[in-house]
Write a protein that binds this ligand. Structure first.
Ligand code: C6P
Length: 410
């Protein structure tokens, strides 16, 4: 029997949301930066450290066995969450950033050469720009961009010009962190595969609000972070098709990733361990597995439905604020739970400071997306981002806070 989704009850499951900030009950609208963590996830991490803590894949004692089982069970949960064909296709990383760097270096250095092209977009987070710039510089490949339209959507009218027989990889975000734009990944993947390119998706904001099916998306690599989906910081994953992982050279050398070490050379462990050098973030992996359990238990459909209704309410109220400019797609079908805005002449840092004094947490700045800011000719925006624990009361408090901003800047 499924119980009706109750956002107020949901909020009460996140201990950090119970506090006051500057004398006001906290309204947390910065989940795109990192989500809050439910008690259920915190308890699993505590339990791991209190009872099972040991190194994995090394000892034969009981605690090492338990830690290894917990670590590998978490891999299975996260692999299932994105519908990987096999658990071994999921490599633990520190997060999305490390996963993208892993692809750029371990795949890129062997598969991209002078004269080749790497295709990304203007919408990308710096984590999905800079590793490709480094790869392009090392290989003398050319970095090309899909441009944006005036709503911050990918301009696909010029796709044929930028996606060519020379394109070796298309690296694209699933969902933009700065605007919330949802990209047509499946369509792009089909187009990229037609010219023989592989497709890497930055899923930092994608695997968060809905369940991702990497097989249905038809991509080759998918990178995501635990901390944006109710899990701990310092853990994330790279999913890749097994044949790609098997063909790739290791990313880092060290313990855990080897089979036999000789004086001059070594052989590698099988995938995914070939890419997991050193003691991994075991508690992080266990916590990310617990986050997947939590989201599964809440029900992805309920989360999607709740966030859609909340966004309809929030967009209507935010758009009605005099002097506000909202960036990003107009249609909620093309926008995730993010509202990026500027308000009159108020600098976004001032907006954020005034809102903070009211207990409302939003992010202000370029959101690690300086090319997006340049596209809209702004230095920064304020960004309110929503998650399953936000309520219409939170939206009302945001609007009240924006009223204060208007009073001060009137
Ligand atoms: N965006 C934000 O406030 P890491 O830091 O490795 O977990 O994720 C990096 C990253 C990559 N791609 C996208 C689309 C992202 O949103 C992020 C993280 C945060 O928007 C922190 S800058």
């Amino acid at each position: 029997m499924t119980t009706r989704f109750d956002p107020v009850e949901m909020r009460s499951r996140f201990p950090a949301l119970a506090q006051e900030v500057h004398g006001r009950p906290l309204v947390y609208l910065d989940s795109a930066a990192t989500s809050q963590k439910p008690r259920a996830v915190l308890d699993v991490i505590d339990e791991y450290y209190e009872h099972d803590n040991a190194n994995v894949h090394r000892g034969i004692h009981e605690l090492s066995r338990r830690a290894t089982v917990a670590y590998e069970e978490a891999r299975t949960k996260v692999a299932r969450w994105i519908n990987a064909a096999d658990d071994s296709e999921l490599v633990w990383t520190r997060g999305t950033t490390e996963a993208i760097n892993l692809v750029a270096m371990a795949w890129g250095l062997d598969n991209v050469a002078e004269g080749d092209e790497i295709l990304i977009s203007v919408l990308e987070h710096h984590s999905n720009i800079v590793p490709w710039q480094i790869l392009a510089a090392r290989t003398k490949a050319k970095l090309r961009y899909i441009e944006l339209d005036d709503q911050g959507r990918l301009d696909l009218s010029t796709l044929d010009e930028v996606l060519t027989e020379r394109t070796k990889i298309l690296a694209i975000s699933h969902v933009s962190n700065s605007l919330g734009t949802i990209n047509p990944v499946r369509t792009l993947a089909e187009a990229a595969h037609r010219v023989g390119a592989v497709v890497m998706v930055d899923g930092a904001q994608g695997a968060v609000h809905t369940q991702v099916d990497v097989q249905a998306l038809g991509v080759d690599f998918y990178a995501f972070s635990g901390h944006k989906m109710c899990g701990p910081t310092g853990i994330g994953a790279l999913w890749a098709k097994k044949e790609l992982l098997e063909a790739m050279a290791p990313y880092q050398g060290g313990g855990e990733m080897i089979h036999i070490v000789g004086r001059d050379a070594s052989t590698w462990a099988s995938v995914p361990h070939k890419f997991e050098a050193g003691t991994p973030n075991i508690a992080g992996a266990v916590g990310m597995g617990a986050a997947v359990d939590f989201l599964t238990d809440v029900g992805v459909d309920s989360i999607v439905e709740h966030e859609r209704a909340l966004m309809e309410y929030a967009m209507d109220r935010v758009r009605a604020v005099p002097g506000i400019t909202v960036y990003g797609p107009e249609s909620l079908d093309e926008r995730s739970a993010v509202i990026s805005f500027t308000l009159g002449d108020a600098h976004p840092h001032d907006i954020s400071t005034i809102l903070d004094a009211e207990g409302v947490a939003v992010r202000a700045g370029h959101h690690c997306a300086q090319l997006v800011m340049k596209h809209f000719e702004v230095a920064a925006t304020a960004r309110a981002s929503f998650y399953l624990y936000n309520t219409t009361d939170d939206v009302d408090r945001l609007i009240e806070g924006l009223g204060k901003v208007r009073e001060i800047f009137a």
